[in-house]
Write a protein that binds this ligand. Structure first.
Ligand SMILES: O=C(CCC1CCCC1)NO
Ligand SMILES: [Zn+2]
Length: 370
């Protein structure tokens, strides 16, 4: 099993400033300086754990490159790209579009490297140079919509990569699973009318964006039925997520028969995340990855590429990220997660009736996938 792995130190230099989590410090409002929730730490620490654990020796190192204007414009509007270019020229940088997504001077170059990194990882998988791949990139992408960045995202990295390999390699049917705890609104919007791109989002109900991700959001026109949303209640643990995979994701992908599977891989559904209320542990992420590997083996010769998204606890997210990468690489003696007994031992992590009720709503929609 050859697993591609893509990371670059520059991803740690994407500068989200000294916001106190989300907002600039402002003593009048009692907001003390700190650091933005989306900072370099979790990504850098995932990478360091991949290296220190020795997992890096099981991986094929891939190098990012900057996405071109043409590749970005396959998803985004000219206006969005022009605005990012202009703000990137400002002495202190700018924001990707919603006032919550700052970047430093020249920041567009790192945004290009993130999008180009996912293109490179996905292309390596499509060309068979590796069986699967993990692109540990930053800034994230799944909230970025064609006309704007949003939710810490500058460019829609995964969507840009999907369109790129469709153009360069004629990849037709692409299934996207988004297991970041927040709704994959950007990816969904890009492919809203596209029956050749199945987007499935597993997310905490109404966590962000607060106005999207409902079960009723199913696509439009020819794309109707090819957007699937599973808004899981707060507190959902491995039982709920693995049931969602088994009852919704796997049957949907079985019907769709993809040529490639992409994952928007955020770890903010972990049990300790500051920005959400789910309860996953590293073993749950490993189990989800193993299920995706089985689906990729069944439908598309194992072709599976993952694009890093959110995840904000620098202590625990590295163990979740490592578990996914170990599973992709088929590591037979994975590192023991010392926190698993604590976070995996909590009550209520099995599938709960109110979680199963959400799945009951979504399961019938799978019949509309052809
Ligand atoms: O991890 C994220 C960022 C979510 C935040 C964006 C603003 C408030 C919540 N998206 O996947
Ligand atoms: Zn997220």
């Amino acid at each position: 099993m050859a697993t591609g792995y893509l990371y670059h130190e520059l991803f740690g230099w994407h500068d989200t400033g000294t916001n106190a989590g989300l907002f600039p410090a402002d003593h009048r409002a009692g907001i003390q300086p700190f650091q933005h929730f989306e900072n370099a730490e979790t990504k850098r620490r995932i990478h360091e754990l991949v290296v220190v654990s020795g997992t890096i020796d099981h991986l094929t190192r891939l190098e990012p490159r900057k996405a071109s204007d043409e590749e970005i414009l396959a998803v985004h509007t000219e206006e969005h790209l022009a605005r990012i270019k202009a703000e990137s020229e400002q002495p202190k940088g700018g924001d990707s579009g919603d006032g919550l997504s700052p970047f430093g001077p020249g920041g567009i170059e790192i945004g290009r490297l993130a999008a180009g990194g996912m293109i490179e990882a996905t292309t390596a998988v499509v060309e068979g140079r590796v069986d699967n791949a993990y692109a540990l990139i930053r800034p994230p992408g799944h909230h970025a919509e064609p006309e704007t960045g949003r939710g810490f995202c500058m460019f829609a990295n995964l969507a840009i990569a999907a369109r790129a390999v469709r153009r360069t390699h004629g990849v037709e049917r692409i299934a996207v699973l988004d297991w970041d705890v927040h709704h994959g609104n950007g990816t969904q919007k890009v492919f809203w009318e596209d029956p050749n791109t199945l987007t499935i989002s597993l997310h905490q109900d109404r966590v962000f964006p607060p106005d999207s991700g409902f079960v009723t959001e199913r696509g439009e026109g020819a794309g109707f039925g090819y957007a699937v949303n599973v808004p899981l209640p707060p507190g959902t643990g491995g039982g709920g997520y693995l049931s969602a995979i088994d009852r919704v994701v796997a049957p949907a992908i079985d019907r769709f028969r993809p040529d490639l599977i992409l994952v928007a891989s955020g770890f903010d559904a972990n049990a300790t995340d500051p920005l959400s209320r789910q309860a996953l542990t590293s073993s749950d992420y490993r189990a989800m990855t193993e299920r995706l590997l089985d689906l990729a083996a069944t439908h598309c010769e194992g072709r599976l590429a993952m694009s890093h998204e959110g995840g904000y606890n620098p202590v625990y997210v590295p163990f979740c990220g490592l578990a996914v990468i170990e599973a992709l690489a088929g590591v037979t003696e994975p590192l023991t997660d010392p926190y698993e007994p604590i976070f995996g031992g909590m009550a209520g992590l099995e599938l709960q009736p109110h979680q199963s009720a959400v799945l009951d709503q979504v399961v019938p929609f799978i019949d509309d996938i052809h």
